[in-house]
Design a protein around this ligand. Structure first.
Ligand SMILES: *Cc1c(COP(=O)(O)O)cnc(C)c1O
Length: 341
């Protein structure tokens, strides 16, 4: 199949990740279950990236990472505040509730896919009685599910609200790299310095074969997390093949380069089609996703020309991956131009 914009996980792994994967196979035997030298090295590198002494774990995918962090933050009678678009609500088959033994999600519908202090406060204070699941966690997605990003100020405001209301903060960073380069901010400023307790540091969409990092800045919350992972079937015995590819991303800031390219391709697409008659820009792209309102005839025309893309109330979604070529973007733009003419 040619390059597509269906998702940023249709792309393969980046050469640097593959090289690290191959290299991890050349050192011969290694200790299993994460006791290997590769995993130790990558955990240290991730602590360097975030400039803090965090607890780091690896899991197979984002659903496991999100839901197990939330389970570590919640009792069964707690609730998690998230946006209506959140992956934890829409795309995880109820895993957060399952792994926490019953916690529920409270959703807000603020603009731009972002939670605000006011929405959070409203959800927390609307009920105080014993019959309502007690709010315990704020879960936010950076970059968001509609291609926007939370600024450092917005994150700090949410962090402050969380502390005042006694809530933990979880960040779904499936596209954290795209937010880092978009905001030109440090990973530390975008996370623990703003009050994030734990995050999913996404690597898959950035060029890994698989394997997201779970990063606990608040180390108290990581107590017994290793047991939770094992019980959930998320402890890889040959862990080094999940961790080592991370070195390929982190060495020489390849992760930021990959994200910079993906974001630039989204911008290229946006700039070329934004003023066309028949194109409605649903969200100003700040990361690697472009969301366009397109007539059904245009959508059908694009499909007839071989393009695959998701459609929802957010519009038609075009995700740019780390390796999408300028030519591919230009070809899509030409097709949209022709169909809108
Ligand atoms: C892709 C994605 C994930 C990860 O999903 P998995 O399929 O479980 O790996 C998590 N959150 C967001 C916002 C995503 O886009």
């Amino acid at each position: 199949m040619g390059q597509q914009f269906t998702s940023d996980n249709t792309a393969g792994m980046c050469p640097q990740a593959l090289a690290a994967f191959v290299e991890a196979n050349l050192t011969g035997h290694e200790d299993a279950y994460g006791e290997d030298t590769w995993t130790a090295k990558v955990c240290d590198r991730i602590r360097d990236v975030f400039e803090c002494d965090a607890e780091v774990f690896f899991v197979f995918n984002g659903t496991a990472a999100n839901s197990l962090i939330l389970a570590a933050m919640c009792q069964s009678y707690h609730s998690v505040i998230c946006h209506q678009m959140a992956h934890v609500d829409n795309d995880e088959c109820g895993a957060p509730g399952f792994f926490s033994g019953g916690s529920t999600l409270l959703v807000s519908n603020d603009p731009l896919g972002k939670l605000t202090p006011k929405a959070i406060e409203d959800l927390v204070t609307q009920r105080h009685d014993i019959h309502y699941p007690k709010p315990k966690v704020i879960s936010l997605t950076q970059a968001t599910e509609c291609g926007t990003v939370y600024s450092v100020n917005e994150l700090q405001a949410i962090g402050k609200t969380a502390r005042r209301l006694g809530l933990h903060v979880h960040m779904d960073g499936a596209r954290f790299a795209n937010a880092v380069v978009s905001l030109n901010a440090t990973p530390a400023d975008l996370t623990w310095r703003a009050g994030i307790d734990a995050m999913v540091f996404g690597g898959t969409k950035n060029g890994l074969p698989m394997g997201e990092a779970v990063v606990f800045f608040n180390k108290d919350l990581a107590t017994d997390f290793a047991y939770r992972l094992k019980q959930a079937g998320q402890l890889a015995s040959k862990m080094r093949f999940i961790s080592a590819p991370w070195l390929g991303l982190l060495d020489n800031d390849v992760w930021l380069e990959n994200a910079r390219h993906a974001n630039a391709m989204a911008k290229r697409l946006h700039v070329r089609v934004k003023d066309l008659k028949g194109v409605k820009v649903m969200f100003q792209p700040q990361a690697n996703g472009v969301f366009l309102g397109l007539d059904h005839a245009v959508q059908d025309g694009l499909r007839a020309r071989g393009w695959v893309f998701l459609v929802s109330e957010r519009g038609c979604r075009f995700m740019c991956s780390w390796d999408v070529l300028e030519e591919t973007v230009d070809k899509l733009c030409r097709d949209i131009e022709v169909l809108c003419a």
